[in-house]
Design a protein around this ligand. Sequence first.
Ligand SMILES: Nc1ncnc2c1ncn2[C@@H]1O[C@H](COP(=O)(O)OP(=O)(O)OP(=O)(O)O)[C@@H](O)[C@H]1O
Length: 257
Amino acid sequence: MVQAKNLSLIYPTADGKPVTALSEVSLTIAKGDFVSLIGPSGCGKTTLLRVIADLERPTAGTITVEGLTPEQARLKRLYGYVFQAPALYPWRTVERNVMLPLEIMGLSRAERQARAREELGRVGLAGFERKFPWQLSGGMQQRASIARALALKPDLLLMDEPFGALDEITRDHLNLHLTQLWRGTGKTCVFVTHSIAEAVFLSTRIVVMSPRPGRILDVIDCDLPRERTLDIRESPEFAAIAHRVRDGLKEGHSYDD
Ligand SMILES: Nc1ncnc2c1ncn2[C@@H]1O[C@H](COP(=O)(O)OP(=O)(O)OP(=O)(O)O)[C@@H](O)[C@H]1O
């Protein structure tokens, strides 16, 4: 689904000191995988996600998405992107927020509404179509933004720390929901997180990144059964994978920085 080779990205800055956000990143993501990117703050996780989504151009290296350039993949609408904040328009109902990108795509009103209702049902928001975003909890708003991304029927769902701002209980609940949704739809997911437990619970593979400039330190296969309940977090297999992720993060981290 995604093949990145020797990607580097340097941001030019106004003060003349360019920031190297990614350095020599090579990564293969298979169809149907759930891949988490984990690493310290500022290590380039969002940048890598944005390169995949054609929101940033790499300075060096190559990347293909389903064999296409990121730009071609974007034009074919292969992506759904979920941001850190739900980014819903407060003056539109939840349903009309989900319908907005479909409106831009030129779908008929009936089709827009049918798709919005289908995806809102999938994320457990049936009955909330006519509410405004501010009438929903933070977790429900983030589910609405996932529905908006899914409504485009993307092959690849890119999620940038979508649950980072939520309390732990809501986050657990949404993690469970997301893993069921992933299994049910067969989508390929790339998910940015700071949480080791979240990465192990959700992923088939975990990419551990170094502090800036982001390099890949380890790619860990997360061979837990695909069907997971929250109890799996108590298992020795889960603990062993979490341990390896923690070791990888520690190895790349200098506490003198
Ligand atoms: N447009 C930009 N111009 C200049 N520097 C940038 C730009 N965007 C990001 N950076 C810098 O590039 C580095 C990587 O940023 P990025 O947002 O990809 O990291 P991250 O791992 O996603 O961080 P976090 O976990 O805090 O969200 C950071 O040092 C950041 O300050």
